[in-house]
Ligand binder design. Structure first.
Ligand code: G4P
Length: 534
């Protein structure tokens, strides 16, 4: 019985956005409402800023912050909310994609001036892959932004999802007066500069009410009535199950900086966001209510102190009850491990916990046993699927600059790629190592950490590669022939899978046409039988 109740009260989600849209600011406002922090400015931005300090210092600063903000747990309206942090820099997007496998829903922040940006689209594409429910917060309404209807059209067109506004802005920029809450029929009035107080609110069920004219003035009142008529005419009422299936995104307008329109998102979130959901494994679905504990590692964080090689593995509990000091099966290694000091992250404090429930994220002290995607169970042998590796965008050959330290280099690059800092491919003969990243900064991180943590110096040599494509085929002979003929362009990933390094988009298209029996995958998701969350 306790298990069911614990599941029902948990909500595990992430806030995602293109950098600068307001993710950190919105996070902070949520934490203020949840009582997890007391003052504005308490949440440090985990952005890596280029400029004043050296990039490496910035990277370390960012790593220092990200361990304390990896999971932020707070209570709101009788719900226990686990907010998972995602990196603020696009070069670390892969980390964000992995974190998205550990949440049950997301809140997407969009800047009303800029609309849908490049990273917004990429993040949403990942959410759409597993039908993750999405709420959208259109931020910075205090600035002269775009027309709300245009923004909604753009969201639908570029993000491939239907939308339904649940709040509506009254004016924008200099004329911004507040929002109309379409869920509770409240008119909320904005007072600029007040960052911690509740908005003045009038409950108005009938928009014909003369209070609307009195509060807004005739012109704004008329526009609001007209626009809400249009909203209700164009958009169907919110269907909660369609939202939970990832087909419709409720949309809210406001200003995170001014703490305006934020409470509406949080209130709706606790009402309609899904509790922990079943998850696919290679042996069928695991339900949170299943009494036996299971979970998977979606993030690994190395110790900042180079003298201590230990790490924290972040595990999402998927079913049953996790208990401290009980032996659990590490499925990939086939051995039992016990955890004496698992940590949780209540009120921004790291505390040792005795138990954890589905939806929770715990930090496990790790001396090198874990890789991203590893499963822990009470003895069962299934493995969770769907931790994606996307084809990197940049490829370089790793060159050892100090032949006396080749062992350290090998170990270092293996451990860093286990942590998910980058992807490692190997090419035979010669055991050539190719590192694939999403952004240049990741190469800086690897070089810096190899030197400081492993005492190994390396350089990166550019290679001609456009995309990494995992290869599958029903026709084993055709696949073997391709691998043989293209041996100079075929490499192995860390699990020994064959990967074709397409030298250009043109060549990839050509190979696809000439080898119809072979499928070229640009994500590694194909490796698990089940790729959807339901
Ligand atoms: P991010 O985590 O998504 O990258 O964005 P973040 O919250 O750091 O916000 C980016 C910038 O946008 C910040 O300004 C922040 O103050 C501002 N901002 C957030 N919400 C609003 C809003 O509702 N209205 C307006 N006008 N600005 C908003 P900054 O100058 O880059 O940083 P800071 O010096 O304020 O920290």
């Amino acid at each position: 019985m306790a298990l069911k109740e614990e599941i029902a009260r948990r909500r595990t989600f992430a806030i995602i956005s293109h950098p600068d849209a307001g993710k950190t600011t919105l996070t902070e406002k949520f934490l203020l409402y949840g009582g997890a922090i007391q003052t504005a400015g308490a949440v440090k931005s985990n952005k890596v800023r280029r400029g004043a300090t050296s990039d490496f210092m910035e990277i370390e600063r960012q790593r220092g912050i990200s361990v304390t903000t990896s999971v932020m747990t707070f209570e709101y309206d009788e719900k226990l909310i686990n907010l998972l942090d995602t990196p603020g820099h696009k070069d670390f997007a892969e980390d964000t994609y992995r974190t998205l496998t550990a949440v049950d829903s997301v809140v997407l922040v969009v800047d009303c001036v800029k609309g849908v940006e490049e990273q917004t689209e990429k993040l949403m594409a990942v959410c759409r892959m597993r039908n993750t429910p999405v709420m959208i917060f259109i931020n910075k309404l205090d600035l002269e932004g775009r027309d709300p209807f245009d923004l909604l059209d753009e969201l639908e067109a570029k993000l491939d999802i239907r939308v339904r506004p649940l709040s509506w802005p009254i004016g924008i920029g200099a004329t911004f007066r507040g929002v109309y809450d379409l869920y509770d029929n409240d008119l909320k009035l904005f007072e600029s500069g007040k960052t911690k107080v509740e908005a003045a609110s009038e409950h108005i069920t009938d928009l014909g009410d003369e209070r609307v004219d009195r509060l807004l003035g005739g012109e704004l009142a008329a526009t609001l009535r007209e626009e809400l008529d249009l909203v209700n005419g164009v958009y169907d009422p919110l269907d909660t199950s369609a939202y939970q299936a990832g087909a419709v995104a409720p949309v809210f307008f406001g200003s995170a900086f001014n703490n305006f329109g934020v409470k509406e998102v949080l209130d709706s979130f606790v009402r309609i966001a899904p509790a922990p959901r079943p998850r696919p494994t290679d042996q069928g679905e695991v339900r949170p209510e299943d009494p036996a504990f299971s979970g998977f590692v979606f993030k690994i964080h190395a110790n900042l102190d180079p003298n201590h090689r230990d790490r924290i593995a972040f595990l999402r509990v998927c079913s049953g009850r996790f208990q401290r000091n009980r032996p659990y099966r590490h499925v990939r290694l086939g051995k039992d491990l016990r955890f004496a000091s698992p940590t949780a992250f209540l009120a921004a404090q790291k505390t040792i916990v005795d138990e954890a429930w589905p939806g929770d994220v715990i930090g496990l002290f790790d001396t090198g046993n874990f890789k991203i995607g590893d499963t822990l169970t009470e003895g069962a042998t299934f493995q969770f699927g769907g931790i994606p590796s996307f084809s990197p965008e940049l490829f370089r050959e790793l060159v050892n600059e100090d032949p006396m330290k080749s062992k350290q280099l090998d170990k270092g690059i293996r451990q860093l790629t286990d942590e998910g800092v980058a992807q490692l491919f190997t090419q035979q003969p010669g055991n050539k190592k190719i590192v694939g990243c999403v952004g240049d900064l990741q190469f800086d991180v690897i070089r810096y950490r190899l030197e400081h943590e492993y005492g190994a110096r390396c350089a990166f040599r550019p290679i001609q590669a456009h995309k990494a494509c995992w290869l599958t085929s029903d026709d084993q002979e055709a696949l073997d022939r391709f691998v043989r003929v293209k041996s100079t362009q075929v490499v192995q990933d860390k699990d020994g899978n064959n990967v074709f390094m397409a030298p250009s988009g043109y060549m990839l298209d050509l190979e696809k046409r000439e080898n119809p029996a072979i499928t070229f995958h640009t994500t590694s998701e194909f490796k698990t039988a089940a790729t959807s969350d339901r």
